[in-house]
Design a protein around this ligand. Structure first.
Ligand code: NAD
Length: 361
């Protein structure tokens, strides 16, 4: 069986972290005798510089023909002043929309070895392990009318029934594989669109009586995520609220460089770290590739139905951190600061150890 992966390194550190993930994947495939066909395509500013477009039809077609897409990050100062609809972000939104990736899954897991890397207290964080399921192709980021003139600016937050139903189902299904609790975040005390959201989520919940459902206003949720993150299992929310809540969740794990994500639709799947192209450290071999590698673990779990391999990858990350290896963004007392390529090599070594121990080699 061959799995076809389209890799879109993108810009800045996107290229470095995807190179790290590709090296890791190639060695993993050799070890486990898997056949992976990894095909690189330009995307974002890198594509704009060559083709005058952030996303070409050819790249989009390649993504549609792949079993999974691995993305680094896009953007940077060079393309900042392009018109709104030509910017790297527009290319990213178009890719997500074209692939119908309506569910963004962002785990927020605190690794034991990093529980002192956050600005929050260790005892609040230790054991935190929840997942944010964010609606990705609807809501205020896509609603019309939108625009601004001299006198006013406006956007529209709108949700159709089918959009809320399918994201709610994703969340309940995920909760069934975890700790059977969904927290739905909205602003139903003020917004009609949130009252509608809540009503539909409760309707979908009727088919999942084994899962507990809790409603929470977004302002309270922002507070609860930092006050007591262990109360959450699966969070489901709209595009705008999910954007904000998942970044707050990100910081409790210590660094953006540790946060993977999966964007899923009915036909296609894309995996990416949640961080951007980090122009401040790009090209310096300083980027943390672990979020991208953890995204690869999500790929094995969701797209290739190999949770066993996903587990090895996460254990290899944990082992590498336990040995004290750190990139600059997660550097704490007593850690050994290493480069992107060095941590990749340590990760491969840890993977081999985890694999050997499991198979008593
Ligand atoms: N999905 C995406 O492609 C995506 C997401 C966010 C931002 N962006 C774009 O990226 C560019 C930079 O945005 P930004 O600075 O706001 O966010 P960013 O995530 O790129 O960087 C924020 C900070 O975190 C650090 N950081 C991020 N990822 C890291 C990693 N893996 N290892 C070590 N340090 C890391 C950076 O050095 C920086 O100090 C902008 O053009 C923005 O539009 C792209």
């Amino acid at each position: 069986m061959t799995w076809k992966i389209v890799s879109l390194p993108g810009d800045g550190i996107g290229q470095e972290v995807v190179a790290s993930a590709t090296t890791f994947l190639t060695l993993l495939a050799e070890k486990l005798q898997l056949t992976l066909d990894i095909e690189n395509h330009l995307f974002g500013g890198a594509s704009y510089d060559v083709h005058g477009k952030m996303l070409t039809d050819e790249t989009l077609e390649a993504c549609k023909n792949a079993d999974a897409v691995l993305l680094g990050a896009v953007g940077g100062p060079k393309w900042e002043n392009l018109p709104h609809n030509e910017k790297p972000e527009a290319g990213l939104l178009k890719l997500r929309k074209e692939l119908g990736l309506y569910a963004n899954i962002r785990p927020a897991k605190v690794y034991n070895a990093l529980s002192n890397a956050s600005t929050l207290k260790q005892d609040v964080l230790q054991g935190t392990d929840f997942v944010v399921v964010r609606e990705l192709t609807g809501g205020i980021y896509f609603g019309h009318p939108r625009g601004y003139d001299e006198e006013k600016g406006y956007n529209t937050m709108v949700y159709e029934k089918y959009e809320v139903e399918r994201i709610a189902k994703q969340a309940f299904e995920l909760a069934r594989k975890r700790h059977h609790k969904v927290t739905s975040i909205d602003k139903a005390n003020v917004l009609e669109v949130s009252q509608f959201w809540r009503h539909i989520v409760h309707d979908v919940h009727k088919s999942y009586p084994d899962v507990e459902l809790v409603d929470m206003y977004v302002d309270n949720a922002a507070m609860q995520v930092v006050r007591d993150p262990k109360q959450f299992d699966v969070i489901v929310t709209s595009n705008l609220f999910g954007d904000i809540i998942s970044d707050i969740s990100g910081m409790i794990t210590g660094s953006l460089g540790m946060l993977p994500s999966a964007s899923l639709g009915d036909k296609y799947a894309l995996y990416e770290p949640i961080h951007g192209s980090a122009p401040d450290i790009a090209g310096q071999n300083k980027a943390n590739p672990l979020a991208t590698i953890a995204s690869v673990a999500m790929m094995f779990e969701s797209s290739f139905n190999r949770p066993d391999i996903a587990k090895f990858i996460i254990e290899a990350i944990e082992k590498t951190l336990a040995k004290g290896y750190r990139t600059g963004d997660i550097m704490g007392e007593g850690g050994k600061c290493v480069s992107t390529t060095e941590i990749t090599a340590h990760l491969i070594e840890s993977f081999n150890e985890v694999y050997a121990a499991e198979h008593q080699l």
